[in-house]
Design a protein around this ligand. Structure first.
Ligand code: FAD
Length: 317
């Protein structure tokens, strides 16, 4: 079922969902199941599975964080299918512009359709470590809006080289990314919002936000999006801080601000166990306020670990 239908059916009740990262090449899916099993009691209507062209590892070097490429994490679509049928849950594969030609994207979408996957998240992806700016692959898309257009064409039976009167036409529900603190490359929040509006005009059905730690940023963003004519659901993305290193890493990687109170609380922690507790409490407080404000879904970034997401869900769902 489509994410937007889940939201409609919930009739104003806030839903719980989360995003997972595929296991590393060379490991197996059991690890992933073990991680997800404890979260299924909270009945997520959908689970997102990220895609990466390469795995980025951040290593401290001379006081700075240096990004190193290690290896890809394969298997997003396969993992989505396996979770969908194992847990009877909808899954949302993240589909990237970067690293894929239009043809390869079409194959991936055809696979998703055959596998009964109803939702996809259309994303551009980041520049590779050796690139200063994002460069599309040969024959690939420059912006997520073009990917949204390709998916919508497929929904109309228009494939790249054929128009098909399909007996079972694809009808993907499409999510796109939004940035309450603006995308790093955007010259201003307003111009980024115009680009977001364009993604919606191209056919995006809902937006999931980048993580933020101050709800004011989300509420202002939703208001500004409304002013810009964006009327689709805007799902907040929540990440519980889990280590002291996140204080430097998250702002550096995602270009987001951390509130002073949160920084002070994390800095006062003796060890990472205490930091996790602070992160969980902060996320619970954020979530409660968002829930009270009637957000459609609370979407958690698990980053491969579920224990802190479970601790949050236990108090909210
Ligand atoms: P776009 O919407 O294409 O925007 C990219 C930039 O281009 C923005 O600055 C925008 O303002 C600008 N822009 C857009 N259109 C135009 C135009 N026509 N002319 C000029 N400028 C334009 N990355 C992964 O690699 N894998 C994942 O699984 C993944 N999942 C994510 C999930 C969420 C919820 C979020 C928020 C991000 C995720 N990302 C993921 C990161 C994302 O790929 C990066 O943030 C990327 O840099 C931008 O992707 P986008 O889809 O927002 O790009």
């Amino acid at each position: 079922m489509k994410v937007t239908e889940h939201i409609k059916q919930a009739k104003g009740k806030t839903l719980f969902s989360f995003e997972i990262i595929p296991p590393q090449k060379g490991s197996n899916i059991k690890e992933l199941y073990n991680n997800i099993d404890p979260l299924m009691e909270f009945k997520p209507p959908f689970i997102d599975v990220t895609t990466s062209r390469e795995q980025h590892v951040y290593i401290e070097k001379d006081g700075l964080l240096d990004r190193k490429i290690t290896r890809m994490r394969p298997g997003t679509v396969g993992i989505c299918a396996s979770l969908k049928y194992k847990y009877n849950v909808d899954t949302v594969p993240h589909v990237l512009c970067g690293g894929f030609s239009r043809e390869e994207t079409e194959y991936l979408l055809v696979d998703c359709h055959y596998l009964g996957i109803d939702n996809v998240m259309a994303l551009r992806g980041d520049a590779m470590s050796h690139q200063k700016y994002f460069e599309p692959s040969k024959g690939g898309h420059q912006y997520a809006s073009e990917l949204v257009e390709q998916i919508q064409n497929l929904n109309k039976g228009k494939y790249l080289h054929d128009v098909i009167e399909a007996s079972d036409k694809a009808d993907f529900c499409i999510g796109v990314a939004g940035y309450p603190e603006k995308h790093i490359e955007a010259p201003s929040l307003q111009s980024d919002l115009k680009r977001l509006k364009h993604k919606v005009d191209c056919g995006a059905d809902y937006v999931v936000t980048q993580m933020f730690f101050d709800n004011k940023k989300y509420f202002e963003f939703v208001e500004a999006a409304k002013q810009a004519g964006i009327t689709v659901p805007i799902i907040p993305g929540i990440k519980p801080i889990a280590t002291k290193k996140h204080l430097q890493l998250l702002p550096q990687v995602f270009k987001i601000d951390l509130p002073e109170d949160l920084i002070d609380a994390v800095e006062d922690c003796k060890d990472n166990k205490a930091v996790r507790q602070v992160g969980v409490e902060w996320a619970i407080n954020q979530s409660k306020e968002l829930q009270n404000a009637g957000v459609p879904v609370l979407h958690y970034y698990s980053m491969g670990k579920s224990d802190n997401i479970k601790a949050i869900a236990e108090r909210l769902f």
